[in-house]
Write a protein that binds this ligand. Structure first.
Ligand code: FAD
Ligand code: NAD
Length: 465
């Protein structure tokens, strides 16, 4: 250790990096974590998961009051939007949670090196003018917004914005155009639609939410349309110009054809994210990136260079906070000589719209490519709790191997799908069959009973449909 400053130096304090640093310190390793942001927590806590959920949660209440959902339950209210107060509770949530990570760093004796790190060698980095040597370096630099050529983001002007800008709009746009019908477009589009904006979503593909189960994508599209979001599928945005306080977008059919224009008060560019490696001077460490700009690792999160590890959005796989966190824990444990494993086949994903959309494992289409499957589906309209709560939209779908009955994938649309998917992930992690889920006693009345009924439907015997 003598000429090393640290056993572990983590670059990036997002959910991958800060969790890796805390775990490494818990395991007795001398640990530092470099990040140049004002506050810890990375994209997730500062400008991602947390502030978006703060706005989603608050706008959900507003919408329930405005769209008659509360009136259905005998509560007559006319909501009045106090947008500054809504933003204040978002800022407060971020402040509290990022300060919490700072507290955890102090508690676990993780040094926060304030600044952006660049490699100076394969075991050394420079942060804020100082060089540090570490036995192990974990790259956890995350990702940032993929730019769209011809559509220049300027968050300060609040006309063409990315997700960070869309979280902070000072007023509700008259017309918001969302470019990309993925997770960010639908979550943040939902926030502003609920608060009164007309929202148009332009998606390049023939359906929203690529990567999800086809039934889920189709039903989600129907539900969002019913809520008032307008979709322009199979359409690409080829440019945008700001004219006064508005943006004029040029759209073309994805397959080519006549262009049309669309005027918007706010345009949200949400066409994906790309790994952050610029500024790391990877070449000084002898590292390269793959064709998608990601750092490749083996199953243990080792890069091609001994002593350098990588986790989270900067490596291949879904760009999700919980994936990054689990990789952070496993990576730190591997560095400490333990066996850290992440099962990448069982990473749940959730879209926090109303209703929520969640899935884990294979889609029906992917499962069918691998072999014969049995599928059980149960509508939320048949679930007593969802029905009582006036939440009839959605379903649970379970895909099982036709021969072994082992569960290969679970998909759901339900008000609390994000919570329901946890039991599916746990069951899959334990190698459950659909019968195991069907014969597990589920509390009544809960939305989760729909998971049990979908499992019963795999062999054709649900009760409530
Ligand atoms: P990040 O969180 O991106 O953190 C990387 C950190 O590294 C940053 O703080 C950055 O400043 C720092 N950094 C970069 N380069 C350097 C350098 N050279 N030196 C030092 N530090 C550096 N995921 C979910 O699972 N659930 C959600 O609900 C969800 N909602 C989201 C909403 C939005 C609007 C966005 C944008 C993302 C959302 N995500 C969500 C995705 C989630 O935020 C990411 O998957 C997650 O943050 C990735 O974690 P990470 O640790 O790999 O990287
Ligand atoms: P995404 O990959 O989810 O969706 C981008 C969408 O844009 C796709 O549907 C794609 O077909 C479309 N697209 C691409 N180019 C286009 C173009 N030129 N014109 C029109 N459409 C185009 O990306 P995102 O929504 O920006 O989110 C980025 C990442 O952040 C995702 O990987 C996601 O995992 C993560 N995230 C997760 C959550 C969550 O877990 N709830 C929330 C927000 C973000």
């Amino acid at each position: 250790m003598s000429d090393f400053d640290y056993d572990v130096l983590v670059i990036g304090a997002g959910p991958g990096g800060y969790v890796a640093a805390i775990r490494a310190a818990q395991l007795g390793l001398k640990t530092a974590c470099a990040d140049g942001r004002e506050t810890l927590g990375g994209t997730c806590l500062n400008v991602g998961c947390i502030p978006s959920k703060a706005m989603l949660h608050a706008s959900e209440y507003f919408d329930a009051a405005a769209n008659g959902a509360m009136a259905k339950m005998g509560i007559d209210v006319t909501p009045k939007l106090n947008l500054p107060a809504m933003h204040a509770q978002r800022v407060d949530a971020v402040k509290g949670l990022t300060a919490g990570i700072e507290f955890l760093f102090k508690k676990n004796k993780v040094d926060w090196l304030k600044g952006y790190a660049a490699f100076t060698g394969k075991d050394s980095v420079e942060v804020a003018g100082k060089t540090y040597r570490a036995k192990n370096i974990i790259i956890a630099t995350g990702s940032s917004v993929t730019p769209l050529p011809g559509v220049e983001v300027d968050n300060d002007k609040q006309i063409i914005v990315d997700s960070t800008g869309a979280l902070e709009l000072a007023k509700v746009p008259g017309h918001m155009v969302v470019i990309g019908g993925g997770v960010i477009g639908l979550e943040l589009g939902s926030v502003w639609r609920r608060l009164g904006a007309k929202v148009t979503c332009v998606e390049f593909l023939d359906q929203i939410l690529p990567g999800m189960d086809a039934d889920v994508r189709k039903d989600a599209n129907r539900i969002f349309k019913k809520q008032g979001i307008e979709f322009k599928l199979k359409t690409k945005v080829t440019g945008a110009v700001v004219k006064g306080k508005k943006a004029v977008l040029t759209l073309e059919p994805a397959a080519g054809g006549d262009a049309e224009t669309l005027e918007a008060d706010v345009v949200l560019v949400s066409i994906g994210r790309r790994p952050n490696t610029d500024g790391l001077a990877l070449d000084k460490a002898g590292l390269t990136v793959n064709a998608r700009g990601q750092i490749e690792t083996d199953h243990d999160f080792r890069t091609a260079v001994d002593g350098i590890w990588a986790i989270g959005d900067v490596i291949p796989g879904p760009m999700l906070a919980h994936k990054a966190e689990d990789e952070g824990i496993a990576c730190a444990e591997n560095i400490a000589g333990q066996t850290g494993i992440v099962n990448h086949d069982v990473i749940p994903s959730v879209v926090y719209t109303w209703p929520e959309i969640a899935g884990v494992g294979l889609t029906e289409e992917q499962a069918k490519e691998k072999g014969e499957v049995k599928v059980g589906k149960f509508p939320m309209a048949g679930n007593s709790r969802a029905k009582t709560n006036h939440e009839p939209d959605g379903f649970v779908k379970i895909i099982a191997d036709a021969k072994t009955d082992r569960v290969l994938g679970v998909w759901c649309i339900a008000s609390v799908a994000g919570t329901m998917i946890a039991q599916a992930a746990q069951a899959m992690e334990f190698g459950a069959t659909s019968e195991d889920i069907a014969y597990t006693c589920h509390a009544h009345p809960t939305h989760s009973e729909a998971v049990k009924e979908a499992a019963m439907a795999v062999t054709g015997k649900p009760i409530h449909i």
